[in-house]
Structures are given as C-alpha cells and as structure tokens.
Design a protein around this ligand. Sequence first.
Ligand SMILES: [Zn+2]
Length: 125
Amino acid sequence: MSDLKYCQGPKCHMHMTQDRIKGPKGNKTYQTRRRSSLYYGSGNFCSMWCYNEWAEVFIDRAVDHFGRLTEPKKLTEQNAWIKNYDWRGNADESHRHYFLNTITKERRSLTEAQYNDSNYTLNER
Ligand SMILES: [Zn+2]
C-alpha cells in the first residue's frame, strides 16, 4: 500500500462524496482522494474537476516558471517530424513504424522501441 498517491487538486477534499469520508469513527472528515492510479493530468488528479481547479490556482505560475511563449513557434522542415505507423492486422507481421515529415512528406523507418521512446525525435528543439 506504499505507493498510493494523493490527488493534487487543491479542493479535492471539498467535493463531498462518500468515498472521500475517512478517519476513525466519531472523527470522520472529507479528505483528499488517495489512489494507486490517478487517471488525469499525467496521473496527478482524480478527475478533470480537480485538474481544472489546480489549473485555476497554479497555471499562470506554472507557465511563467517553465517558460511563457513570447513569440510564435514556427513549423519548419527541421521540426516537422511526427511518429506514425501503418497498422498490420496479421498476427505474424508487426506494425510498420515511421517518422513522417509533415512538410516534406519524407518517411524514415523506426523501430517499435524508437516509436515508444518519447525522448527519441528527429526534431530540432
Ligand atoms: Zn481530486
């Protein structure tokens, strides 16, 4: 039970649902949800409601902290690579993974491991 984590919603405990009532008899309170898996906001929130309440409070500070855009990003040949694959329904044939440059339409083969590696990219940062 050690890897239970709390919903990061600042008002999670204020949503009065039965599953949030915790504590010893006679001293029960509504508490922040705690789960082995949370499904919203990269596993940080129990619901879109809690996710949005976090954003209302913290989003400006988060954007400023991690870098607010002050000029447009531009799609060029150097950063237009996306990952895709051709579906193969046949059990003994795997899907064909590839990079596709959305501007030049060039395709380059990818292994499945490269496809699944979110840090693996051809794009210039
Ligand atoms: Zn929550």
